[in-house]
Write a protein that binds this ligand. Structure first.
Ligand code: PMP
Length: 360
């Protein structure tokens, strides 16, 4: 098998021990003689998996007991609609912070479902920074304040949780969930699509404070109603069982590796080394405000964009996959989630230095 380091932004690299374990029990899960993907979601074995995975996630993240964890479908994008559909009933309004593509997308979707305002934006800085908290024009009566805590495309990450007073804070943590300890009690809702640090695509985790769940709506589609999903333990219909199973293995892997503190230490080391290599060269550049550089998605441009194709070709030949930046920004992006070993970053830095020597 080819030895590859996969820098894709998502679906992304998963921990090798998780993949090995899934491979070992692929045809015979838990002594059932069946693959986990062939087993009923209502079987006692699968219910046990679901309960244990939630317990592990609660343990890893330190989720307080007044929060529900929902294992949902529809990707993180479905939550761009579900949050306003559920929280803006009765004509309330919500505040959005624009820091890049994903927060802007969430806002545009929310506009279809209720009243929303932009309370702060870094558009003029090309979304390469985060607007100072003191400049946010928050509405104290808003139903919630929404932000994306790691902008996957721009590579911009909040390094602390913004204080928005008593208004519930909603965060899209899709691309840095489980990469650092967080204080869940500071949030109203946390959204995390799975295909970066959690598992395969198909699942989105919603961690929601119970008082925001409300009662079942008479008009919302039941699968888009937090109250309905919470009342049915995320099993109102058939969930993506295989994705859930892999996520359960990932939670156990994180625990075995030393939890979120260990994930954070690794993320600091990986990203720190890569940014240092970029900053030390006259050939590569990262445009993000240093205070908010993402530990998960490291973007960089080459001095001469005409060399991009050659760089990607040489990277691929060296087993370094999926480094092409998002089509909206160009250049390169190395997504280095929890599963990326340090050796992958070292291999990338070596390639970058060799490429600079040859072409710089
Ligand atoms: N939010 C963020 C921060 C993302 O990175 C992504 C996907 N890359 C999404 C939302 C959308 O996720 P999905 O494609 O699962 O709907």
């Amino acid at each position: 098998m080819k030895n590859v380091y996969n820098f894709a932004p998502g679906p992304a690299m998963l921990p090798r021990p998780v993949m090995k374990k899934a491979q070992e029990e692929f045809l015979d899960w838990n002594g059932t003689g069946m693959s986990v993907m062939e087993v009923s979601h209502r079987s006692k074995e699968f219910i046990a998996l679901a309960e244990e995975s939630e317990a592990d996630l609660r343990d890893v993240l330190g989720i307080p007991s007044n929060y529900k964890v929902l294992f949902m479908q529809g990707g993180a994008t479905s939550q761009f609609a579900m949050v306003p559909m559920n929280l803006l009933q009765g004509g309330k309004s919500a505040d959005y912070i624009h820091t890049g593509s994903w927060s802007v997308k969430a806002y545009k979707e929310a506009q279809r479902h209720g009243k929303v305002r932009v309370a702060a934006t870094s558009k003029e800085q090309n979304y390469m920074t985060i607007p100072e908290r003191s400049t946010w024009q928050l509405d104290k009566d808003a139903a919630y304040v929404y932000y994306c805590s790691n902008e996957t495309i721009g590579g911009v990450e909040f390094q602390s949780i913004p204080d928005v007073g008593a208004v519930p804070l909603v965060a899209d943590m899709t691309s840095h969930a489980l990469s650092r300890p967080i204080d869940v009690s500071k949030f109203g809702i946390i959204i995390a699509g799975s295909q970066k640090n959690i598992g395969p695509a198909g699942l989105v985790l919603v961690i929601i404070r119970e008082d925001l769940i409300g009662t079942e709506s008479a008009h919302l589609p039941s699968l888009l109603d937090y109250a309905h999903m919470a009342a049915n333990e995320s099993m109102s219909n058939t969930p993506p069982t295989f994705s859930w199973y892999i996520a359960a293995l990932v939670f156990k892997w994180i625990k075995a590796e030393g939890g979120l503190k260990a994930m954070e230490q690794n993320a600091i080391k990986r990203s720190g080394k890569l940014y240092a290599a970029i900053d030390a060269s006259g050939f590569y550049q990262n445009p993000v405000d240093k205070r908010y550089r993402s530990r998960m998605n490291v973007t960089f441009t080459l001095k001469d964009a005409n060399l991009d194709g050659k760089f990607l070709q040489e990277a691929k030949a060296a087993g370094l996959e999926a480094l092409k930046g998002h089509r909206s920004v160009g250049g390169m992006r190395a997504s280095i989630y929890n599963a990326m070993p340090m050796e992958g970053v070292d291999a990338l830095i070596t390639l970058m230095q060799e490429f600079e020597r040859k072409h710089g």
